[in-house]
Write a protein that binds this ligand. Sequence first.
Ligand SMILES: Cc1cc2nc3c(=O)[nH]c(=O)nc-3n(C[C@H](O)[C@H](O)[C@H](O)COP(=O)(O)OP(=O)(O)OC[C@H]3O[C@@H](n4cnc5c(N)ncnc54)[C@H](O)[C@@H]3O)c2cc1C
Length: 396
Amino acid sequence: MSKISVAVDVIIFGGGIAGLWSLARLRQAGYQAVLLEANALGAGQTRYAQGIIHGGTKYALTGKLTASSEAVFNMPNRWKQCLAGNGDVDLRAAIVLSAHQYLWSTQNIASRVTGFFASQVMRSRTQSVDKKNRPALFQHPQFRGQVYKLDEPVLDTMSIVRALAEPMQSAIANYQAQSLVAKDDAIEVELLDGQRVIFKYQTLCLMAGQGNAELLAQLKLTRPEMQLRPLQMVMLRGGLPGMVYAHCMGASVNPRITISSHRDMNGDIVWYLGGQLAEEGVNRSADEQIQFAKKELAALIPWLDLSKSQWATLPINRAELKQGEGKRPDSFSLDDTNPGVLTAWPTKLALAPMLADALLARLEETGVRKSASCELPTFPKPVYATLPWQEASRWN
Ligand SMILES: Cc1cc2nc3c(=O)[nH]c(=O)nc-3n(C[C@H](O)[C@H](O)[C@H](O)COP(=O)(O)OP(=O)(O)OC[C@H]3O[C@@H](n4cnc5c(N)ncnc54)[C@H](O)[C@@H]3O)c2cc1C
């Protein structure tokens, strides 16, 4: 098959939230940008995310505004504008699972104290909820804690991926990752349909999550360094009382457990459990992690009968710019160590809009030109990932 040559302004690698959001912003701004995806759109961390558009409350549980909470403060409003069709990107087709994430404290004294501080510090963003307005789960007579409503929507992540990708289809190509050949100012790749394309570019933008490490190696670059912070998430279905979107506050900065709710391939409710449970669970076997999750839910929500539930675990890494002592970065990362190559990690789904702002500013500063036109070849239709709880094999 003959090779096609095409000149673009920016090539984005990776069709997760970071790459897709950035592609939409760059094309709106007039850049000839294309996105190359090695697997399926959303296939990385994005489809595993709980979909909470954090406004910083979770990070303010220590009682002071941390750098993390400052950075995410405006994100819920920005996303809500996009969901309403008035923001930087059009997310009207995305699915809002819940308008609010909730925060609950147990009777335990330490968690009540952090609950108190969270409500003081974050007064404009948290609202204590009286009994009759609580989600059904927390109206049970045995529930003794406090419930706060957070100004943080919860979204179906694959619906965001589709809402962003569908209007941009003609600029998105699935390719064979191993086929990449880096030349001076061009890269050559083989698309899924066997077409070989040589893309000339001004800037490469690596937004491939964990895949950034391999891309840097293919480009013979040694920096920036990436860190992986693993999680072992838990999911359960069957016998659940309804959809729940809530963090349970423990004594630490991280929620003891974070529950989001989704639907499996049969439309049945799935609870997806993260938080400290998932962070600390990486050293447990899958069985041990399930036993631990059962004990946690029995301790926190003792009136639930989960004897008929089916359980599974989902191990997954978070990929970020390397920090001292493997700490969580305070915000997104956009590294410009290598001339002509920007390497980015959003750190949070919620921070994708800020990362795209920074990327646009960086392209302007470095004088990346907006070409008047560029005729792209016809790319094969993009492939989309499946949500993990909708894959039958995960439940075996
Ligand atoms: C369990 C879990 C729960 C989370 N929950 C939340 C939450 O509730 N709220 C929140 O704000 N954040 C959350 N996060 C964080 C959030 O999911 C991530 O920060 C975000 O999805 C990262 O997006 P990304 O686009 O950088 O990477 P990814 O989503 O990992 O996407 C990378 C893409 O690049 C592709 N790729 C890989 N290698 C290559 C290559 N060589 N060439 C081209 N493409 C390649 C992959 O196939 C993938 O499509 C969560 C993360 C995890 C793991």
